[in-house]
Each structure stands twice: as C-alpha cells, then as structure tokens.
Design a protein around this ligand. Structure first.
Ligand code: UDP
Length: 318
C-alpha cells in the first residue's frame, strides 16, 4: 500500500511514517519544516520505500499528485502548540483551514480515503467529563486567541464530515488528546518534553498556574496504532474518534514524577499564567477522553503506562 502523510516530518507524522514503513508500506511525506524537522525523518532516508517533499500544502499540483498516487492520505500538517497559536493566530487559522480544504478537494477527485487529525482542543471549555465524540463543544470568546485553534480544527472536522455526507468521500476524523513521546520538541511549550529537559539540566520545572490542572498523556506509538487501525476499517468512514489515554494526572504530579524518574534535584517553580502565556490565553483544567467508541470499533486502547512514557521521553532527550 502507498500512504501519503502531510506533516510527515513532524512529531506524530514521523512516528506514523516509521510504523507504516515497518509494516512494509511505501510512504510519501510532505512537510514545509515550519514546525517539523528533517532530523525526524533522517533514519528513514535510506529506505527505498520512503519519499519526501519539502514543500507547502499550498503547492496544489504537488498535493494532488501525491494524493492521487496514494491509497490513503493522513493529513497531520497543522499549526501546533499553544504558544504558536497565541503568537501567530493568522498562521494558525490559515494553516489549519486551508490545508484541510486543499487535501479534501484533491482526495474527492478520485474518492481517496483521508484521515484528518483533529484535537481534544475542540472540546474547549466543556466540563462534561469524560469527553464523548457526540458531546457539545464549548468555545471561549473570539477575543481570546487560544480558541482560534479549536475553532479552526472544528471547521476541519465539519469539512471532513461534509465531504463524506455530500460527496461520499471516505474521511475519518481522529481527535488526538495530549500525545507525547520521543522526538516531541519542547520548543512549542509542550509540558512533558519541557519538564524532562528542565529536570535533566537541573533547572526548575516550570508549572503554570497552581498545577492542579490535569491531562491524560498517550504514547505517540499508541496514538499511531489507533490512526492506522481506524484507516484499515471501512466502517470508520464519516466518523469521529477520540484517541487518547484515560490515565489522568495533575501537572504538579507530572512534575514530581519526572523529577523522580530523572533522579533530579530541580525545584518545582509555579509560574502565574499571566507570566507564562501572552494575553488572550485561557488554560483548561481537565481534558479526559472517553475511548469507548474506538475501543468497541477496533479494539484499541493504550498499551504504554505513564511511567513508561516518561521513561521513553527521558531516554530520548538524555
Ligand atoms: N504547562 C506547564 N509548564 C510548561 C508547559 C505547560 O505547567 O512548561 C501546562 C499547561 O499550562 C497545561 C499543561 O501543562 O495546563 C499541558 O500543556 P501542553 O502545552 O503540553 O498541552 P495542552 O494540553 O495545553 O495542549
């Protein structure tokens, strides 16, 4: 099988590439290296089944050619990280919405299956835990930049589902919850690589707010297995699936766990949100997925424990 991955040089994209190559598939990636890195695909460069294009998805002829030649397209290219979102809102909205429009329009010409990567951010301020795919999405004010990310990804979802309903295009939406693992950079403010880097260099671990906010962290290898599993089943088309772990941990507890596993004497430093983020940022206190739908659909659930995940991230950075 031939697979086309947008954002293939990114953190999740490079793990998806690796998993598909391991299964013997041929993989074509497109990445403009805006947040991805050539370092992420260096290990596959000598594999004859791996092909890369450093270009933007706005190169419509190239995108069309790649979508056409592939049996399945995984659209992962997106603006990532809350820091980038607050600092570059125009780029965030345009990247997320235009990219999906271009991919879906290209795929629709030949009815090619497409996976659209969405995010748990779309649940916004909902407090209806655990988040279910059919639950309401609760967005904040448009004056708060953070919500532009959630809204742009929600538009991507609407578009994917509209293509399915109106044009019978086989699309699948995966809402990825906090995904972590080797190759994730701390550059865009993601918490786990940041804490690990800080603990390894004996710097204070920067906990934003009071640290009682919590998240559920899923190993990228588990997330990639879910993405591939969904695209292997015809019955996934036209559906939205949560992909994440249900093990919840507060950010302060996460900082303690990282310290313990690194064996670091770093202090834990609480930083008020106003100092940590630019104006227009609102954090979410909890984010917990229901994974009943994907479990009953393809029998997927995470295999890596949080301790194993933290260990993997430490050994990849150390
Ligand atoms: N966070 C933190 N210290 C950091 C980076 C992030 O306390 O150095 C917090 C952040 O405020 C949020 C959580 O960790 O509550 C997860 O942040 P991340 O950016 O990794 O993902 P998000 O869930 O916000 O998309």
């Amino acid at each position: 099988m031939k697979a086309f991955i947008t954002g293939g040089a990114g953190f999740i994209g490079s793990h998806l590439t690796e998993a598909l190559l391991e299964q013997g598939h041929e993989v074509f990636i497109l990445d403009d290296l805006s947040t991805g890195s050539a370092e992420n695909f260096r290990p596959f460069k000598s594999n004859p089944k791996f092909h890369y294009h450093i270009a933007s998805f706005t190169d419509v002829p190239l995108v069309s050619e790649l979508v056409d030649c592939a049996d399945v397209t995984y659209h992962l290219a997106a603006a990532v990280g809350v820091r980038l979102i607050v600092e570059s809102p125009v780029r965030t909205i345009e990247t997320n919405v235009r990219g999906t429009e271009i991919i879906l329009a290209a795929a629709a010409k030949k009815q090619k299956p497409v996976f659209i990567a969405s995010t748990s951010e779309v649940y916004g301020k909902s407090t209806d835990f655990p988040f279910r795919e059919e639950g309401d999405l609760v967005m904040g004010a448009t004056s708060k930049g953070r919500w532009s990310y959630a809204c742009s990804k929600a538009i991507d979802e609407f578009l994917a589902l509209a293509y399915y309903r109106e044009k019978k295009l086989p699309t699948v939406v995966g809402r990825l919850f906090n995904t972590v693992g080797p190759r994730q950079t701390a550059r865009y403010g993601m918490v786990l690589p940041s804490f690990v880097r800080q603990a390894l260099s004996s710097e204070p671990l920067t906990v934003y707010g009071d640290g009682t906010q919590s998240r559920c962290f899923c190993h990228v290898k588990d997330s990639v297995r879910a993405i591939i599993g969904l695209m292997e089943k015809d019955r996934s088309y036209g559906e939205v699936f949560n992909i994440g772990s249900t093990r919840e941990i507060s950010i302060e507890e996460l900082a303690k766990l990282v310290k313990k596993q690194v064996g670091s004497a770093s202090e834990i430093q609480k930083i008020p949100y106003e100092e940590a983020y630019a104006e227009g940022f609102e954090d979410m206190m909890r984010r917990v997925p229901s994974i009943e739908k994907i479990r009953s659909h393809i029998g997927w659930e995470p295999r890596f424990s949080l301790e194993e995940i933290v260990g993997d991230v430490i050994s990849s950075i150390a």
